[in-house]
Design a protein around this ligand. Structure first.
Ligand code: BES
Ligand code: MN
Ligand code: MN
Length: 456
C-alpha cells in the first residue's frame, strides 16, 4: 500500500495533466460532426495504454464509433481481467450554466470541472494509470485486457455485435468497470445492481398545420394539451405506472433484503437540501433508495410543442412531442416494455389525433452476486484503501451493455465505481474530486492483487 501511495504521490501532477489532454477532446457521441474527435480520443487512449505498458493496443473500427482494445498477457494460465469503460461523453447544453468551459478542465475546490471529468474519462483513466503503476512496480499478477468504447452514452448500438465478433479476443474471468458511484468519500460502496432502460419518442399530431388559437381554440383538440393529459395518465395517485402489464415481470425484493438495504446510510433531509426541494415524490410504499434501486420509474426527458421563443405567439400547434424513458428492474424485458408502451399510447390517444411512437434505445438491468471472487476482491481492496468495508448498493442508473456482456461473452461484471452523486454527470459543471481520482488509482491495483488470490 505504501509503495502504491508513493507512486501516486510522485506522479500525481502528470496523471492529472494526461487526463486533461483526454478531456479536452470533445468526444460527444451523439453528434455526427464529432467524427474526428471520436477518432482522436480513441487514438489518445490507445497511446496511453501502450505508454502504460500494454504489449498490444489498437483502435478497432465498428459499425459506429471505434472501440479501443489493448492487453498485456503474462501467462494463459493466470486469471484475466477485462477493463471496460467509455470515452464518449454527453452533450454539454445548456452552455450558459457552466462556470468554466466544459472542455477546458480546471481544478477548483479540489475538484476537476469538465464534461467527462467523472463520466467516464476520469474513471476510465484511473485504470490506465493503475495499470501503469503495476507495470512500473512489477506487481501486475494477472492478464489485463482493455475495451474502451465510444457509444455508451447513445446506448452502445455497435458493441453487442463487436462482442459477438471478438469473443476469443475478449475472453476473461471478470469485467471490471468504474462507471458508477459510491455513497460518499467516507462511505465506500460497491454497485450490485443497475436498472434497465426503455427510451421512446412520442409524436402526437392534431390538425394538419399550426392554427390561430383564437380562430380555432376551444373547437379543435390541441396536441400539446392532449399529450400533457396522456403523459399525466401514465402514473396514478400512488405513482404507479398505469401501462397494462408493466409490472408483470418485476422481481419483488424480499423483506429481508429490503431490511438489509435500509441499513445503508441515507439522510433524506440532506438529499432534499442538495436538490433544493422540500419534498420527494415517488411510488407509495417505498423509500427513496428503493424507488431508484429496486423499482421501475417513468420520466419525461424532453417535451416540446408550439411556440417556445421569446414573447408570446397565439398558436394552436399541429404537433406535440415528448421523449419518455422508463427505468426497469432486473427481469423486466426492455423490448417487451417498448411494445406495451407503444400499444398503450396508441390506445389512449384521443379521437381526432394520431400518435406515432418510436423506440430510441434500451437495455436490460443487471444484478451482481456478492458471493463471488470479484466482489470479495473489490470489497477487500476498498476496505484496505478506505479503511471501511464497502456497502453493496443497487444503483438507479443504467449501463445496458453489462447484461449483454453476460449474455454474449458469458462474463460477469464488477462495478467498482468511484464517482459521487454530487458529481453532476450529464449536467453543467460536471466534476470529479481529486480525492476520488487518486483514491481510485490506489484501490485498483489492490483489486488485481486480491482477485488473483480469490481465484487461486
Ligand atoms: N455511467 C453512467 C451510468 C451510471 C452512473 C450508473 C452512475 C450508475 C451510477 C452511464 O454513462 C450512463 O449515463 N448511462 C445512461 C444509459 C445510456 C443508455 C444513455 C443512463 O443511465 O442514463
Ligand atoms: Mn458512464
Ligand atoms: Mn453517462
Amino acid at each position: 500500500m505504501k509503495a502504491i501511495k508513493d507512486y501516486v504521490e510522485t506522479h500525481k501532477d502528470r496523471f492529472l495533466e494526461e487526463l486533461f489532454e483526454l478531456i479536452r477532446i470533445p468526444s460527444i457521441s451523439s453528434l455526427a460532426e464529432a467524427k474526428d474527435d471520436m477518432a482522436k480520443a480513441a487514438e489518445h487512449i490507445k497511446n496511453a495504454l501502450l505508454k502504460a505498458g500494454a504489449d498490444h493496443a489498437e483502435v478497432k473500427e465498428t459499425t459506429g464509433w471505434p472501440v479501443v482494445y489493448g492487453h498485456k498477457m503474462l501467462n494463459e494460465s493466470l486469471p484475466t481481467v477485462l477493463v471496460y469503460g467509455h470515452y464518449d461523453v454527453q452533450p454539454v447544453e445548456p452552455l450558459d450554466l457552466w462556470d468554466s468551459p466544459p472542455f477546458e478542465p480546471e481544478v477548483r475546490d479540489g475538484k476537476i470541472y469538465a464534461r467527462g471529468a467523472d463520466d467516464d474519462k476520469g474513471q476510465l483513466f484511473m485504470h490506465v494509470k493503475a495499470f501503469e503503476l503495476m507495470n512500473a512496480a512489477g506487481t501486475l499478477s494477472c492478464n489485463v485486457k482493455f475495451m474502451i468504447e465510444g457509444e455508451e452514452e447513445i446506448g452502445s448500438p455497435s458493441l453487442k455485435q463487436f462482442c459477438k465478433e471478438n469473443k476469443e479476443l475478449l475472453k476473461a474471468d471478470i469485467i471490471l468497470i468504474s462507471d458508477t458511484t459510491m455513497i460518499a468519500q467516507d462511505i465506500p460502496s460497491i454497485t450490485v445492481g443497475l436498472r434497465g432502460l426503455s427510451y421512446l419518442e412520442v409524436e402526437l399530431t392534431g390538425p394538419n398545420r399550426d392554427l390561430h388559437s383564437g380562430l380555432y381554440g376551444g373547437a379543435v383538440g390541441n396536441p400539446a394539451n392532449l399529450l400533457a393529459k396522456m403523459i399525466a395518465s401514465l402514473t396514478d395517485e400512488n405513482n404507479h405506472i398505469t401501462i397494462p402489464g408493466f409490472y408483470d415481470d418485476v422481481q419483488e425484493v424480499s423483506e429481508s433484503e429490503r431490511a438489509e438495504m435500509a441499513k445503508a446510510p441515507f439522510n433524506l433531509e440532506e438529499y432534499k437540501k442538495a436538490l433544493d426541494i422540500n419534498e420527494v415524490v415517488g411510488e407509495a410504499g417505498y423509500s427513496s433508495n428503493e424507488r431508484t434501486g429496486i423499482r421501475p420509474s417513468l420520466d419525461v426527458n424532453g417535451i416540446w410543442s408550439g411556440y417556445t421563443g421569446e414573447g408570446a405567439k397565439t398558436v394552436l400547434p399541429s404537433k406535440a412531442n415528448a421523449k419518455i424513458s422508463m427505468r426497469l428492474v432486473p427481469n423486466q424485458d426492455s423490448k417487451k416494455i417498448d411494445e406495451l408502451f407503444i400499444k398503450h399510447l396508441e390506445s389512449i390517444a384521443p379521437e381526432g389525433t394520431r400518435v406515432k411512437v418510436k423506440s430510441l434505445h434500451g437495455g436490460q438491468g443487471y444484478v451482481t452476486p456478492i458471493d463471488f471472487p470479484a466482489y470479495r476482491a473489490a470489497s477487500r481492496a476498498i476496505e484496505e484503501s478506505f479503511d471501511k468495508t464497502p456497502i453493496p448498493v443497487r444503483s438507479g442508473g443504467s449501463i445496458p451493455i453489462v447484461s449483454d456482456f453476460e449474455e454474449v461473452l458469458g462474463i460477469k461484471s464488477i462495478l467498482m465505481g468511484f464517482g459521487l452523486d454530487s458529481d453532476a454527470i450529464h449536467s453543467p459543471n460536471e466534476n470529479y474530486p481529486l480525492f476520488n481520482f487518486y483514491k481510485g488509482i490506489e484501490t485498483i491495483p489492490l483489486f488485481y492483487k486480491y482477485f488473483v488470490e480469490e481465484m487461486a
